[in-house]
Write a protein that binds this ligand. Structure first.
Ligand SMILES: NC(=O)c1ccc[n+]([C@@H]2O[C@H](COP(=O)([O-])OP(=O)(O)OC[C@H]3O[C@@H](n4cnc5c(N)ncnc54)[C@H](OP(=O)(O)O)[C@@H]3O)[C@@H](O)[C@H]2O)c1
Length: 292
């Protein structure tokens, strides 16, 4: 999701995007070959299945820790700066104020722990030329994300249950891509940065906003009814997972203009249109409740 937007922002004339079939980041020697000749390497690859990671700890760590370490080592060998994208899940979400870049980490989930191990590994391998960029609750044009899932589910269900006891910062991948571009342009070589959109919302509030923007009625379809629910205990997640994004704005004041808030329209992106309704759904009653 983020990688494709970043490539779009940087432009194919100045950047090369590699998918998993081009480079498996868990392959150390392939990483060295792939990084040769580049000034900056941005690692957007990750094991991102947060729930599944609880029962696939080794896979999560292999990609998020070993893979990040391989790229840091490879970047070091070729004299490149590595930008490692990380997550708010390195924090425990118990703070009542947004986490600053230097706040103590304490991941609650396997995914968060594996991403934190990746952060430590890149600084160990390449301390002078490694940047950590933590972001949160990504959604974007490409790939799977909450808006697409919930709007699709809304097509199929009469009721949806969405949790309201977890708060975070929904963040548009295109904005993170622009922030990464600015970081690269500013020739920063090390440090930790937080890159999120402004504002905060629970998943329930996020869903409500999406439904407001979705234009259901104009599409001949009434929105499903939303109900609040509480977090299912598949994986321990922080209740209030917001990170202070001051540092990236300090890096380049122009980035200030790129900070968007939920109430100022980034959810109205044209990329977030309702998924097409299947023809045979027109006449079928939508089944009961779905929990997201
Ligand atoms: N999504 C979020 O809400 C969120 C929030 C905070 C931080 N982040 C971080 O932001 C970054 C980008 O996230 P995203 O949501 O854009 O991720 P994404 O859409 O899940 O994409 C991750 C990519 O990594 C690739 N990948 C997985 N294992 C690999 C391997 N061994 N070698 C090479 N590529 C591999 C995947 O390939 P396949 O498609 O072949 O599996 C996929 O293309 C990640 O570091 C993530 O931890 C994400």
């Amino acid at each position: 999701m983020l990688g494709r937007d970043l490539l779009g922002v940087l432009g194919e004339a100045s950047a090369v995007g590699l998918s998993r079939k081009d480079l498996d980041i868990t392959d150390a020697s392939a990483a060295i070959t792939a990084c040769e000749g580049f000034d900056v390497v941005v690692n957007c690859a990750a094991y991102t299945a947060v729930d599944e990671a609880e029962s696939h700890k080794e896979s999560a760590f292999t990609v998020n820790h070993t893979g990040a370490r391989n790229l840091a080592r490879a970047a070091h060998q070729s004299g490149a700066t590595l930008i490692q994208v990380s997550t708010d899940y390195v924090f425990d979400g118990t703070s009542t104020t947004p986490y600053r870049v230097d706040a103590p980490t304490n991941p609650l989930s396997v995914y968060g722990a594996s991403k934190l191990a990746g952060e430590h590994a890149v600084f160990e391998e390449n301390p002078d030329s490694s940047i950590i960029v933590r972001t949160s609750w990504l959604y974007g044009q490409h790939g799977t994300s909450f808006p697409r899932s919930i709007l699709t589910a809304g097509r199929d269900r009469e009721y949806l249950e969405v949790v309201d006891d977890q708060v975070g910062q929904p963040t548009w991948t295109r904005d993170v891509a622009n922030m990464l571009d600015q970081l690269i342009g500013a020739k920063v070589h090390s440090g930790i940065f937080h890159a999120t959109n402004e504002g905060r919302a629970s998943w329930f509030e996020f869903a409500q906003k999406l439904f407001d923007l979705a234009g259901w009625d104009s599409d001949g379809c009434s929105p499903p009814k939303l109900r609040c629910s509480h977090v299912l205990p598949i994986v321990q997640r922080g209740r209030c997972s917001t990170i202070a994004n001051g540092r990236i704005m300090a890096c380049n004041p122009l980035a200030h203009g790129n900070q968007r808030s939920m109430t100022h329209g980034n959810l109205a992106s044209p990329h977030l249109c309702l998924p097409n309704r299947h023809h045979d759904q027109e006449s079928k009653p939508r089944p009961g409740c779905c929990r997201l």
